[in-house]
Design a protein around this ligand. Structure first.
Ligand code: NAP
Length: 274
């Protein structure tokens, strides 16, 4: 793997949806050279931002031959296996740093370790923010990463510096630890948001601040696609337990209330004399 000159990188992005475009804008502003490969035609956006665009199915060989320092995977979780396994790695002219930003981490780590050529490196990452939460800058937003297989320290550090230099809170942890924590935080938030959507919670004329926060949880969860939510569940082995816990907790709370309702009135009222 050659070393990037003056910390500027040639970054090839596979999957050029909403999140990849959001990341690419900052990378371009920092002076990195970006090329993008995707299914839909993204030429219009790419011309505006000085990005070279390749159609994934038609031009993937030319994309891989274009001397990237980094290949960044911004593909949907549910398509990751199919996309990663179909990359024609033989077209690479030099070792590359393969990085991903998927919102689950053990799944891409396993896939990349299976198929990325031994002379290339693997960095798994999850920026814990998106185009909405990061619209005013990335300062103090968390960037998780796991240096799964790194030999070219210069390229890896230059890539991490993209986020560190914007003020991100850099958090190194294993993919397993990420998935355990994300199941208890991100997945649980999405699951509760989806449940709130199922019971059709809507703003009322007497909302408390707590209820307004619940509405926000519902709205932000349902703004993301059901595919993303399914990916967080199917490809994080810790998510099922959280869903089971949530179901049991709801039953337990309901039972506690029914028990209280069925108590004799003199037992349930706490007067100063008893
Ligand atoms: P998205 O809008 O669905 O974008 C995914 C992109 O990948 C689309 O442009 C899609 O093309 C393309 N794609 C699908 N299959 C492909 C293939 N075989 N080859 C090349 N490109 C392919 O999703 P997103 O919101 O940008 O998220 C992308 C990834 O970032 C996900 O893994 C997500 O977990 C992660 N992430 C997202 C956020 C966020 O806030 N959005 C935050 C952190 C991490 P088409 O549009 O033509 O199908």
């Amino acid at each position: 793997m050659s070393s990037p000159s003056q910390n500027t990188l040639k970054i090839g992005v596979i999957g050029f949806g909403r999140f990849a475009k959001f990341l690419a804008k900052t990378m371009v502003k920092q002076g990195h050279s970006i090329r993008a490969a995707s299914i839909s035609d993204e030429t219009h956006f790419c011309e505006k931002w000085g990005i070279e665009f390749f159609r994934m199915n038609r031009d993937v060989i030319a994309f891989l031959e274009s001397n990237n320092d980094v290949i960044l995977l911004c593909i949907p979780i549910l398509s990751a296996s199919q996309v990663i396994k179909s990359i024609p790695f033989h077209a690479l002219k030099q070792p590359v740093l393969f990085a991903d930003v998927l919102s689950v981490k053990e799944h891409p780590k396993d896939l990349l370790q299976q198929v990325v050529p031994q002379d290339s490196d693997v960095l798994c990452t999850h920026p814990m923010f998106g185009p909405d939460s990061g619209k005013d800058g990335w300062k103090d937003l968390t960037f998780m990463f796991d240096r799964v297989r790194i030999r070219n320290e210069v390229t890896c550090s230059s890539f991490l510096q993209i986020f560190a230099s914007e003020g991100c809170r850099m958090m190194e942890m294993s993919c397993e630890e990420h998935d355990k924590l994300a199941a208890k935080s991100q997945f649980l938030t999405h699951a509760i948001g989806r449940v709130l959507s199922e019971v059709e919670v809507e703003p009322t004329s007497i909302d408390t601040q707590g209820f307004q926060k619940l509405i926000q949880v519902k709205e932000s969860a349902t703004r993301d696609s059901f595919d993303l939510f399914s990916g967080l569940f199917i490809h994080n082995r810790f998510a099922r337990q959280q869903l089971d816990n949530l179901e049991l907790a709801l039953k337990s709370v309901k039972q506690q209330l029914i028990n209280r309702m069925n108590e004799k009135p003199d037992q349930s009222i706490n007067t100063p004399n008893n």
